[in-house]
Design a protein around this ligand. Structure first.
Ligand SMILES: [Zn+2]
Ligand SMILES: [Zn+2]
Length: 755
């Protein structure tokens, strides 16, 4: 008995080989009917026995291609004429498409096998891909995702590739970036003005240069990497010197070895199950892992830290290079400090001419940059630190519905932007610090791009409350209606959004560097009670001055001095003390007030002698955290909770700071004691506030919670005290989440009108 059913499948089903999969499945089960793409969903009509139809509905979800995230939206019997075959019908355009833009994908196992097989025509071809792998977001010029809308439009397919592209039973059916050595992109090496072409010659030359200790700029998927031998200290030191990056840790790409491909990584770091799974994840992120003492890595890979950022090769070119080298390489963003990763060959040759000894280019244009994503294991789970190539644009469902399409332009540091409409939100990859013209240019491109890719034009905007950020100015100049959201309220709303707690009250700690607060001072140690749109600040840190303003980020000893003066003692450890500084502190000249927990961590790092100066943001706290693991935490004075004249609970750190400056106590014990005191202080605040307000959920937001010692301590102590800690797992905890938090806050009716 033959029956007919109509099945609608939504979710991520476009650009992931879903229709050919449906086609093959229908053939396998001897079904007839049709399938087509319509408005972001896949519609299919299937005809066959009841048992076969049941099998189809189950397997179309269970056996979906790895990149697909299908959801069964509808499945019902229909009356239909008998079909004679199963066919793929042309896509149907629709007025309101549910577009999904796929992130860039690593090279799949099938392509890895093919690229390693001398009998395959794509043997050692550095741009091999299929419907299950290869670049996506960084090559898409416009939607729908079809070859003429990608940066491969100028590479006409050769007859062999065309045959694969057109055959529904081939695993490259409609693989848009499809390419081979005959018709696809190729490599080019430039060194001292000399150009080398031919893929094999370029790969051999690149390997030889890396072995010789040279620094190479290598064009990848979302931009260039700066690459050198990770075991060669003089090469790593040269890279650091030329890039003006003395201390910030460098990511390392490791060759795949052993049964699960992770033995190369195991030689360098301790991998627990979570870290191992993240390394092998198709997103291929940089994963921070505890470094092994015997690791064959140059000492200056990650100075002062007990962890190293590792990743597996994810493009065919990476595989070919690492197979030839058989050793780990540094693979750090090809950029000037803090700017978005460079993507264009001419730009990179001009801007990195003093950094790289040679350039490995290819001619597949990169439409927009995407840096590598980063994650870290905090409190028992691997959590994102940075969104990028492989996991962004990050598409999420909103817990609230928006009345109008809304664009949120995020924070000043670690900038991302978020586009939201109805119940959907899309968060961009990491853009970077908006303190350079290139970063602002990429910011503008991404805001325009996201809207055109998703076919959604924002009708309202959200920006930070700070009056003078380039992204806030962009919003002001747009002519569209907008609202401003305070930085730490965006952090609080981001937590409430991710944990779907928008209709119930919770407590949120927003601890980070500095953000513009409601009283115009620099906040960052704030505790909120409430829900999106209704946050109320109920506690904070005792405020202190930052003598020299922005200079404290590079010279945390200034913060340490200030903290000592507030606490009533004179710290003697400052490397460069000018009596004028004290006068400025007394009078408040260029010494703004702050309550930022991140700055307190900076000050603690300086007071313990761990980091008096810092060459990157968060260096002192990162070193202090690493040091704390070698110490014991007894005897640190706790933070005192004092209610100020406005009724706000203030955590007073004065006694703790005096203790931190005591050189009779080993520095590692002081580092450990400081972390313990901050954990105790946070939990004590939660307990005190629980007497006054009703909540169980305690959110943890802000970059300070990237600290794994703090994160683990706080979550376990809060749990013991009967609270439910909420530490983000889907979105980063740091300022990368501000754009998303701005959307949640706006959707809940929060924020303030233009100044
Ligand atoms: Zn593949
Ligand atoms: Zn071809």
């Amino acid at each position: 008995m033959s029956a007919t059913r109509h099945v609608t499948i939504g979710g991520r089903v476009q650009g992931v080989g879903f229709r050919p999969f449906v086609y093959r499945l229908a053939h396998e089960l001897n079904l007839t009917g049709w399938v087509y793409n319509a408005a972001g969903v896949v519609e299919t009509e299937i005809q066959g026995s009841e048992q076969q139809l049941e099998d189809f509905v189950r397997q179309v979800i269970d056996r979906a291609p790895p990149l697909a995230r299908p959801e069964l939206l509808a499945d019902h019997p229909v009356q239909a004429e008998p079909h004679s075959a199963f066919v793929i019908r042309p896509s149907q355009a629709d007025a309101e498409p549910e577009i999904h833009v796929p992130p860039d994908q690593f090279m799949c196992d099938d392509c890895l096998a093919e690229v390693s097989d001398p009998d395959e025509r794509r043997y050692r071809y550095p741009f091999i891909n299929c419907t299950q792998c290869g670049p996506r977001y960084t090559i898409i010029r416009a939607m729908p995702y079809d070859r003429p809308n990608t940066t491969l439009r100028d590479f006409p397919l050769c007859p062999d590739c065309h045959a694969e592209y057109s055959n529904p039973l081939d695993r490259r059916f409609h693989a848009q970036p499809l390419a081979c050595a005959e018709c696809g992109p190729s490599l080019r090496l430039v060194e001292d003005g000399q150009v080398t072409e031919d893929n094999e010659t370029v790969i051999a030359a690149a390997i030889e240069r890396i072995q010789a200790g040279k620094v190479l700029a290598v064009r990848g998927v979302g931009g260039y990497h700066l690459v050198c031998d990770a075991g060669n200290e003089s090469a790593v030191a040269a890279l650091r010197r030329r890039k003006h990056r003395p201390d910030k840790p460098l990511a390392v790409m490791v060759p795949m070895r052993g049964e699960d491909g992770l033995d190369g990584a195991r030689e360098l770091a301790e991998l627990d199950a979570g870290i191992a799974a993240s390394l092998a994840d198709p997103q291929r992120p940089i994963v921070l892992a505890p470094i092994r003492l015997c690791a064959q890595l140059a000492p200056s890979i990650a100075p002062g830290l007990g962890e190293v950022g590792l990743m597996l090769p994810y493009s065919p070119l990476h595989h070919l290079l690492l197979k030839g080298l058989d050793r780990p390489i540094v693979a750090t963003s090809g950029n000037l400090s803090g700017e978005p990763v460079l993507t264009d060959p001419a730009d990179v040759e001009a801007r990195l001419c003093d950094v790289a000894d040679a350039f490995v280019h290819h001619n597949r244009p990169i439409q927009r940059p995407a840096d590598d994503p980063v994650c870290r294991s905090i409190a028992g789970r691997v959590r994102p630190i940075r969104l990028g190539r492989g996991n962004a644009p990050l598409e999420l469902e909103l817990p609230l519905e928006l009345d109008e399409p809304t664009l949120a332009v995020g924070a000043f540091l670690k900038n991302t932007v978020a586009l939201a409409w109805k119940k959907r939100v899309v968060v961009s990859p990491h853009i970077g610090e908006l303190d350079s013209p290139r970063a602002v240019e990429v910011f503008r491109q991404v805001t325009t791009d996201l809207q055109s890719l998703y076919g959604i034009q924002a009708r309202q905007l959200v920006c930070d409350a700070h009056p003078d950020f380039p992204n806030s100015r962009h919003v002001r100049d747009s002519g569209l209606p907008y609202r401003r959201v305070f930085h730490h309220e965006a952090h609080a709303s981001a937590i409430a959004g991710e944990f779907d707690r928008v209709d119930e009250d919770m407590l949120v700690f927003a601890w980070d560097g500095v953000g513009y607060g409601r009283d115009g001072s620099l906040w960052g140690g704030e505790t909120y009670f409430g829900r999106p749109g209704q946050w109320r600040r109920v506690a904070s840190l005792k405020p202190f001055r930052l003598p020299g303003g922005d200079q404290v980020t590079r010279q945390p000893w200034r913060t340490a001095l200030s903290l000592s003066w507030h606490a009533g003692f004179d710290w003697s450890g400052a490397p460069d003390f000018d009596p004028l500084l004290r006068r400025a502190w007394d009078t408040g000249l260029a010494s703004p007030w702050t309550s930022a927990a991140g700055r307190l961590f900076d000050g603690a790092a300086a007071l313990t002698g761990t980091a008096l100066e810092a060459s990157y943001e968060g260096q002192g706290p990162a070193w202090l955290e690493a040091l704390s693991k070698n110490g014991t935490a007894d005897d640190a004075p706790s933070l005192e909770l004092i209610t100020d004249e406005e009724g706000l609970i203030r955590a007073d750190w004065s006694k703790l700071m005096a203790w931190l400056a005591d050189q009779h106590i080993p520095a590692a014990n002081r580092a450990a004691g400081f972390h313990q005191a901050m954990i105790n202080g946070l939990v004590a605040q939660a307990k005190r506030l629980a007497a006054e307000y009703e909540f169980t959920q305690v959110g943890l937001g802000g970059g300070v919670f990237q600290n794994a010692v703090l994160g683990a301590g706080v979550t376990s102590r809060l749990t013991d005290a009967g609270f439910q800690p909420c530490l983000p797992e889907i979105l980063p905890v740091n300022d990368a989440v501000i754009s998303y938090g701005q959307i949640i806050e706006r959707a809940a009716g929060g924020g303030v009108d233009p100044a």
